[in-house]
Write a protein of this length. Sequence first.
Length: 335
Amino acid sequence: MANMCKNRDMASRVAVLVRHGVLPMELGLVHQLFGNARSPAGTPLYDVVTCTLVPGLVRTNADFPISVERGPEALAGASTVIVPASHEPDETETEGLLGPDLAEALARIRPGTRIASICTGVYVLAAAGLLDGRRATTHWNSCDRFRRLYPAVRLDPDVLYTDDGDVLTSAGEASGIDLCLHMIRCDHGAAVANEVARLTVVPPHRDGGQAQYIRCPIPEPQLSSTAQARAWALEHLDRPLALRELAARESMSVRTFTRRFRDEVGISPLQWLTQQRIERARHLLEETDLPVDRIAADAGFGTAASLRQHLQAALGVSPSAYRSTFRGSAAVGSP
């Protein structure tokens, strides 16, 4: 799980830098998700604007263009800059170089601004040198080319998105949804992000990584799945859950269950359980006044010390620091 971002000012500016060949879905999802983020009082939390290198009509990968009135000067006032993909490859994808117009535009971004990419928009970040020595991801179908052009980047092809503090990347179009919800969750807490997800009719958090979406040969039909075991585990997170117990719910051996689980979810059962317990703890820290010992027990960590250890490893903060960040300003429906 990515590190928790720093909490940011309300109504922060999100600038989306589009280029010719932009995917309308990627542009739309940013406006939809950030545009739906509201405070408990109903106040918009983000101001989303679209800009391009030269204002005017911008070609898309569909049969219609979009009209963009703002130029690159809009980047200067943004707290977050998002670069979607383009289906018209430029120097960043063919030669590993940053064109002069794009370089001039990116130079307008203020130091400390959070910068994110969707799908192959990561090439722009890499060409600008923002990813050297840092962890990033992109669509699985582009990984080989990306590695050849940008060997200094620590590419992780197995995840849906990465968070390296002020630079974030996502794997594909739909992964852009995961990344935007993650940024909203970092900024304003799980309650706000969950409400945005509900309004958009998408899951607030998807399990696993890209491995589950890559086509690969299946040697034999797999008629059973691990879905029932996962659903049962979510109802019993407060108790110790052994791998053999989960496997028994699906009438599988531990070895078969582990293999099927990883095929379906993209991570191991124990990694998945830890993720779910952390999410349960975050929810309770944000939306209840329960003491940390009780939250640790309800989330299945057993002790407050164990909860602190796991939360520190996943988010980089203690339970008390997390609660002080999000409990007052982000909790919705708190008692």
